[in-house]
Structures are given as C-alpha cells and as structure tokens.
Design a protein around this ligand. Structure first.
Ligand code: BJW
Ligand code: ZN
Length: 245
C-alpha cells in the first residue's frame, strides 16, 4: 500500500480503469454476479447479446429496467469518491470505465470514458436515434419481469439499451481516447475488473506495454496480475481511500 501511494503521489499522468467491482459496495451486482433473485435462472452472457434482444426483447428490456432501477437507488461509495479525489489531485487524470452505471459521475468524476455505454442512454434499435428514458423505473424494481420495450418516436422501431453487447463494436471515440490515455500515462490503476472482456481488457496491457506502472485493486486474482506491478487485494471502497489518504 505504501509503495502504491508513493507511486500515485509521484505520477503526472494517471489513468483509472474501472469495472463492476468498484460499484459492488454500492449494492450494484458485478457482471459475473449480476443475476440475483429471479433473474438467476438466466445467463448474463446470453442476455447481453443482440441475439437475445431479437429473440425476446421484453425479457432483455425487463432485465435492463430492473438494473436501471437498482442503480438509481444506489449511492456512490468511498471507492468512487476516492477516484474523484485522485482526479482533483492529479490534473488531467482520466477515468476509463467499463461500467454502464453513473456512479462515477455522481461521485464527482469529470468526464469518465464509458467503454460499454450507459444504462441511461437508450436508443432506437432500427434508426439509432436517442430515446428518452422514463423515470417510472425509479419505482421498486420488479424482479424477473418481462417488460416490452418502448417504440421509437421517429420510426416505431424497438428501443434498446444504449450499452455494448457481446459481438458489438465499442464506441470508436471512447475506445480511441482510452487507448491514447493508456499509451501516454505513467500510472494506470485498474480497479474491480475481471479483465476477461475484450477489447477493454487491453487497456491496462497497453499501459504496461508503453512503460506505465500498473497498480491493481481487486480482492481476487485476475489475468491482469500478469501486467500489474503492485497488487492490492481488497475491496475498492477500502483500498482506494487508503491510497489517496
Ligand atoms: C471487486 C469488488 C470490490 C468484486 N472491490 N473489486 C479476444 C479474446 C477473446 C474474446 C474476444 C476477444 N475480443 C473480443 C472478444 C469477444 C468478446 C469477449 O471479450 N468475450 C470474452 C468474454 C471471452 N468481446 C466482445 O464481444 C466485444 N465486442 C467486440 O469485440 O466486437 C468486435 C467487433 C468489432 C467491429 C465491429 C463489430 C464487432 C464487446 C464486449 C461488450 C461487453 N459488454 C458487457 C455488457 C454491457 C452491458 C451490460 O452491463 O449489460 O460489459 S459484458 C460485461 O463484462 C460488461 C462489463 O463491462 C464487462 C466487464 O466486466 P467487469 O467489469 O470486469 O465485471 P466482472 O463481473 O467480470 O468482474 C468483477 C470484478 O470485480 C471481479 O474480478 C471481482 O473479483 C471484483 N470485485 N467485488 C474491487 N468490492
Ligand atoms: Zn427509430
């Protein structure tokens, strides 16, 4: 921990790369634990695909409505707050997140790069125009319920979540900005990601390849251990505040 805190204090260009683990202590299940309650009888890897939406749009939309409601009720935790504190301390620090929640923003992060889109930016599956979200989902989430997606106001196509599903391309500008940041930073802190999903998992690898120091915060071992100079094995909401202390 002391070594990591010293690295952070010296760093001039910092990237903080986050995954679902940073939101776990806010009560947002990680992706690989995402199916709690009645949703447990489904497979997250199968729900998060264009094929699943084509075959059963109400099943997939219902799952995202439930997740949207879960995130709306959640609060940023001490880990998100510590990330924003790093941004305040290191000018130009960049947050790159795989998360589709808005907890970094709500903790005060300036402009996190969202590699996998957002739960709060639905768009038409036919014409791609943005759709407005209703706040009705702020009600008690209805576990396991199918909800037919709304129709696009322009072309009557089905509205879909504005997230990146398996087999879909990441938003080009976001991915390019993340690669640029990773290849020019001197310290990358990877937090709460399994490092299994590509191309996002390349971001810490790019940083390491370009000579940056990589610090990993995760209670578990991950494939990113291989590129990490320092491993802090613990929950983000405890480890990150200690790092910026
Ligand atoms: C804590 C903690 C605490 C717990 N504190 N830590 C190369 C090799 C192999 C496969 C591929 C490859 N390149 C592409 C692929 C295919 C595929 C892929 O990666 N598959 C792998 C699973 C094998 N990738 C894609 O399909 C991507 N698209 C693509 O490649 O397109 C090509 C293309 C190009 C041009 C045109 C067209 C196509 C897209 C990937 C999209 C991923 N989307 C999802 C869903 C988003 C929407 C939603 O949320 O529903 O993104 S999948 C899911 O995984 C989600 C997450 O952002 C992502 C990463 O998960 P994350 O954040 O790491 O969470 P977990 O749950 O895995 O891990 C949590 C971690 O936290 C654990 O390590 C815990 O220990 C830890 N933790 N509590 C700190 N308190
Ligand atoms: Zn449309």
């Amino acid at each position: 921990m002391r070594e990591a805190a010293a690295l952070l204090a010296q760093a001039r260009r910092v990237v903080i790369f986050t995954g679902a683990g940073v939101s776990a202590e806010s009560g947002v299940p990680t992706f690989r634990d995402a199916l709690t309650g009645l949703w447990r009888s489904f497979d997250a890897q199968r729900l998060a695909t264009p094929e699943a939406f084509r075959e059963d749009p109400a099943l997939v939309w219902g799952w995202y409505e439930w997740r949207r409601a879960t995130v709306r009720r959640a609060r940023p935790n001490a880990g998100h707050v510590a990330v924003a504190a790093i941004e305040a301390r290191v000018p130009g620090a960049i947050v790159v997140t795989q998360n589709v929640d808005d907890l970094h923003e709500r903790a005060g992060s300036i402009a996190p790069i969202h590699l996998h889109g957002s739960l709060f930016a639905p768009r038409c599956s036919a014409c791609a125009r943005p759709a407005t979200t209703s706040d009705e989902a702020a009600e008690e989430p209805d576990d396991g319920r199918r909800v037919p997606p709304p129709r696009c106001a322009h072309c009557a196509g089905l509205v879909r979540p504005g997230v990146v599903w398996f087999g879909e391309a990441l938003p080009t500008a976001a991915l390019e900005a993340a690669v640029e940041a990773a290849s020019t930073c001197d310290l990358l802190v990877t937090v709460g990601t399994s490092g299994l999903v590509y191309p996002a998992a390349e971001i810490p690898q790019v940083a390491a390849r370009f000579g940056a120091t990589v610090v990993q915060v995760n209670p578990q071992e991950t494939p990113l251990d291989a590129v990490s100079d320092v491993n802090l094995r613990g929950p983000a909401a405890q480890v990150l505040p200690a790092l910026v202390h």
